[in-house]
Design a protein around this ligand. Structure first.
Ligand SMILES: *Cc1c(COP(=O)(O)O)cnc(C)c1O
Length: 376
């Protein structure tokens, strides 16, 4: 094994080598630092065009984007919203806060996305919406979901945080359904430090989102409110970063795919590991993260491998912990007696290795050598 004196390889390091500095300096020099600055609208317009939506509403992070989306769709007490068990808490939190019920579905064992075939049996009279989440770089199979939404008159919320620049059958992720949400956290395909976006083609929904992100101030008389909103505004400095990053999105996707392909190639013959799919019928992976799943015949799990990689200064993260196993939801009485075995296995046996945009091929080789030594 390699010596422990090797330099740390962080699980993610963003790439900020385009116009980021120039646009940020412009904020400082002009004094436009708040959400009133000109980059905010520029970033929103450029983003809307890129994902092929009529409206893009920037917010302060991806979790806020989902909060705004759920509220704009008027999800209420006792409504049911269907979503994957295997996702981040940001998806379920706004549903629960609205007093609605997050009904979860197990994962597809190959794509790790929601198992589309299991959705229809969970639709009831109370179902109001389906929230799809594109997981780790491969899009959800949207066609059957859009068909179900039509058949049962359901809203579709699309969480495209991990699919910026990804397409499904050639159509942009973040352009499906009623409303879509994005995050620009530094590990996403483009970053604003913290930041997010809501996109939609529906003008009324867009107006509601604009209100909700800005405390529901009203144009007629400021400080008089008909509804409660939040201050979820994005700053001009964040938007400056976002605009520069968006200019590089195609290159970022290209590099992410190179990283994914190199890992796939170097890890192909390592026994006991399930690698990410390179593609499906409808998309090529953009490897938001490079995930690995320890196969079931191996008598150790992801935790042990992550500890060993950590000793060799290689950053890792565990996979998501499924919603039905979240202590916070169990305490609320949700998911009693429910079990989703694929999501449970992914949570225990899955982890991801460094795959940030600043990662070098040499670093990938070091990560792979360590994994090979551990899996022997
Ligand atoms: C990152 C992420 C979020 C949350 O975004 P933040 O900006 O961190 O709040 C939501 N959903 C998915 C699928 C994500 O990957």
């Amino acid at each position: 094994m390699k010596k422990v004196t090797d330099k740390l390889i962080p699980v993610n390091e963003p790439l900020l080598d385009g116009n980021e500095k120039k646009y940020l300096m412009e904020c400082v020099e002009t004094g436009w630092v708040s959400s009133e600055g000109p980059f905010v609208k520029q970033f929103e317009d450029a983003f809307a065009e890129r994902v092929n939506r009529k409206f893009a509403i920037s917010v302060c992070n991806g979790s806020a984007a989902l909060e705004v989306a759920i509220t704009a769709l008027d999800i209420r007490e006792n409504d049911e919203v269907i979503l994957p068990a295997f996702t981040i808490i940001s998806c379920a939190a706004p549903i629960v806060r609205a007093g609605a019920i997050p009904v979860v579905i197990d994962s597809d064992p190959q794509t790790w996305n929601i198992d589309v075939a299991k959705i229809e049996e969970r639709i009831t009279k109370r179902t109001k919406a389906i929230m799809v989440v594109h997981i780790y770089g491969l899009p959800v199979d949207m066609e059957p979901i859009l068909a179900l939404a039509k058949k049962y008159n359901l809203k579709v919320i699309e969480d495209a945080a991990e699919a910026i620049g990804q397409t499904y059958n050639g159509k942009s992720c973040g352009s499906f359904g009623d409303i879509s949400a994005f995050s620009f956290y530094p590990n996403k395909h483009i970053t604003t430090g913290e930041g997010g976006m809501v996109t939609t083609d529906n003008e009324e929904l867009a107006q509601r989102c604009l209100g909700l992100r800005n405390l529901c101030f009203q144009p007629e008389r400021r400080f008089v409110h008909e509804q409660l909103g939040w201050n979820f505004r994005m700053t001009n400095m964040q938007a400056a970063l976002g605009l520069a990053q968006l200019e590089r999105l195609d290159e970022h996707i290209k590099r992410k795919r190179q990283i994914g392909r190199l890992y796939n190639q170097l890890l192909a013959d390592v026994p006991g590991l399930q690698l990410p799919l390179t593609h499906t019928d409808y998309a090529e992976n953009i490897y938001w993260v490079y995930g690995l799943v320890i196969k079931e015949d191996i008598d150790f799990d992801a935790k042990e491998v992550m500890i060993k990689l950590g000793k060799h200064k290689i950053g890792t993260r565990p996979f998501f912990w499924p919603m039905h196993e979240q202590p916070v939801f169990r305490k609320m009485g949700l998911y009693r007696g429910e079990s989703f075995p694929i999501a449970e296995r992914l949570a225990r046996r899955g982890f991801y290795v460094p795959s940030g945009l600043s990662l070098t091929d040499r670093q990938i080789q070091r990560v792979v050598q360590c994994i090979k030594d551990i899996m022997k």
